[in-house]
Design a protein around this ligand. Structure first.
Ligand code: CTP
Ligand code: MG
Length: 223
């Protein structure tokens, strides 16, 4: 199977508190975004890589990936993650499958990618995630409303993988209906389509707050 990947990297990294976009932070001598993109550079099934970046960072990103044949589009990001992805998505042509993967998630493994490829080929919509280690409760105004069944709850990661036409349809539908979403799967779910889960790894973290940086260094050391 062949696929195109869209990597949103146009955030501000506010929760990281660095004063600059966290995907440009160096870990092990290289920006986070370089680590992230490498997984797809090295995967023969990935045909093209599209990045969504902040307009102010376009030159830096172009420079970072100037030697890459696969990075075939660097697009302007938008206000929200889904706007950034949309700007890339409308420029993707001729792909059978699209994977969406956070620029801030540098520790993807080949096993997770393989599981996603197999599942998306079979079903058209596949996401990855891990079992939650904590008990999760729904809390409103400081009061517990419900305890979620732990065997039914998954912490969802990226990549998320879809049939190209399905993802495009889901994005158009979400925009028309002004859906507020936190991942790509939600838009596909809103069409009434089944989305299938495969196992991710606990190391596939999204670098979000400063604590994640220590974790990132430990994960790298372990590799
Ligand atoms: N992202 C994007 N465009 C946006 C917002 C986010 O492309 N308008 C990207 C980020 O660069 C990141 C991924 O989406 O790779 C996941 O988002 P998140 O972890 O929320 O990153 P930020 O939005 O940068 O961080 P914060 O929410 O703390 O500001
Ligand atoms: Mg954000």
């Amino acid at each position: 199977m062949k696929y195109t990947v869209i990597i949103p990297a146009a955030g501000l990294g506010t929760r990281m508190g660095l004063g600059f976009n966290k995907v440009l932070l160096e870990i092990n001598g290289e920006p986070v975004i370089k680590h992230t993109v490498r997984h797809f550079e090295e995967d023969p099934d990935c045909e093209a890589i599209h990045l969504a970046v902040r307009i102010e960072e376009t030159a830096v990103m172009k420079e970072l990936f100037s030697d890459s044949d696969k990075v075939s589009g660097i697009h302007a990001g938008g206000a929200e993650r889904q706007d950034s992805i949309y700007n890339a998505l409308v420029n993707v042509r001729g792909a059978d499958y699209i994977f969406v993967h956070d620029g801030a998630r540098p520790f993807l493994t080949n096993d997770v990618l393989s599981r996603l490829k197999r599942k998306v080929k079979e079903t058209g919509a596949a996401i990855c995630g891990v079992k939650t280690k904590d008990t999760l409760k729904r809390v409103v105004d400081g009061k517990v409303k419900e305890t979620l069944r732990r065997d039914e709850v998954i912490a969802v990661h990226t990549p998320q993988a879809f049939d190209c036409s399905l993802l495009k349809q889901a994005y158009e539908h979400a925009r028309q209906n002004k859906l507020e979403v936190t991942d790509d799967s939600m838009m596909v779910e809103a069409l009434g389509k089944e989305v299938y889960l495969v196992e991710s790894t606990y190391d596939n973290i999204k670098i979000t707050t400063s604590e994640d940086l220590q974790l990132a260094h430990m994960i790298l050391k372990g590799k």
